[in-house]
Design a protein around this ligand. Structure first.
Ligand code: HSE
Length: 343
């Protein structure tokens, strides 16, 4: 049995969903994959920081974080900063789920660099560093003989990245088209059922789909970040968010939604990447799709992606795009990929 020592940077919804899965899937992971995972350190911005050489109890971490502070759990050290933890912890893998900044990608990029420099593999669900610095960070990982995995950055634990990067890579991907933002798809779905834009956005916020600043969702920037991630990870496009022609749903009115419905169509916010004569064209825009189109029938907060390939034609994947356990599951996939590739 191979055991991996984990350092968790960030312990919000995603980290907690992951810790819950480690508890729930422990026996299956051992039986099916021959591996186990021990959380040795957790650092957070506002809920403390704990480290134990022999491992922390995941259930105790979940109970403690609910009560507001981690530092009371049974451990050897409290209060280490992320930098101290990365310098002092004995760990194999850093699980990075700190907050997303799509403009600077910090502090997450610095944490990832430090972890790789210190010999740790990295799993991140953070869109910022992958959208802005993927080539550099993947290059550093490669140089060090380490893995950088980021399944959760697009469509949470629905394996959209692995599908393109592993299973369909050899089929020759020529186009990627997807509903990559749950908040906007939820709003458009509710508007079709008669809810106002403002009310639908409020519910999407209450349900936890929206970003801290929902402008990032409705103006298309969150979807654009995911388009950049896919273009750079799958196609080595080397593009930035500013290279994506981006339009959100803020100008779509209830009347527009009704007019589309009357014509047998539906508005969807579509992220697209096309390879045209060897050049990459990337965009995010609201589009009216016929209800016969596979992406037109993806409703609510659900996401979907269609890969167009030379050898396999179109392959479409539909599934969760956000959520505590769903994004936590992406971390588990990353760890199993590390186990397969480097274990
Ligand atoms: N705000 C994002 C969405 C969360 O609505 O899809 C997942 O990245």
């Amino acid at each position: 049995m191979k055991n991996y020592r984990l350092l968790l940077v960030g312990f919000g919804n995603v980290g907690q969903g992951f810790a819950q899965l480690l508890i729930d899937r422990k026996d299956a992971l051992a039986a099916d994959f021959g591996c186990s995972f021990t959380i040795v350190g957790v650092t957070t911005r506002s809920r403390g920081s704990v480290y134990a050489t022999d491992g922390l109890d995941p259930q105790a971490l979940l109970d403690a974080v609910q009560s507001g502070i981690l530092n009371g759990v049974d451990c050897d050290h409290t209060g280490w900063s992320v930098e101290d933890m990365l310098a002092n912890a004995e760990a194999d893998i850093m699980v990075e789920t700190s907050y997303t900044n799509l403009e600077t990608a910090e502090p997450a990029s610095s944490y990832i660099r430090q972890a790789l420099q210190n010999g740790m593999h990295v799993s991140t669900a953070n869109k910022g560093p992958v959208a802005l610095n993927y080539a550099e960070l993947a290059g550093l990982a490669n140089e060090k003989g380490l893995q950088l995995q980021a399944e959760g950055t697009v469509m949470s634990g629905t394996p959209a990245v692995a599908l393109g990067l592993d299973q369909l890579k050899a089929a020759g991907v020529t186009q990627v088209k997807g509903i990559l933002n749950g908040t906007t798809n939820y709003i458009l779905t509710q508007m079709e059922d008669g809810m106002s834009y403002a009310d639908a956005l409020k519910v999407a916020q209450d349900l936890g789909y929206a970003e801290a600043d929902p402008a990032g969702d409705v103006e298309g920037h969150d979807a654009a970040g995911k388009v950049v991630i896919l273009a750079n990870m799958l196609l080595n496009a080397g593009i930035k968010p500013a290279d994506v022609a981006t339009d959100g749903i803020t100008n779509i009115s209830s009347a527009d939604v009704d007019a589309a419905k009357a014509a047998g169509e539906r508005w969807k916010l579509i992220g697209a990447i096309e390879v045209v004569d060897g050049a990459i064209k990337a965009s995010v825009s609201p589009q009216r799709l016929s209800t016969a189109h596979p992406l037109a029938n993806v409703m609510g907060a659900t996401n979907a992606i269609t890969y167009t390939t030379e050898a396999m034609g179109d392959v479409t994947l539909i599934g969760a795009g956000a959520g505590r356990v769903e994004t936590g599951y992406s971390i588990l996939q990353d760890l199993l990929a590390i186990h397969r590739l480097a274990g």
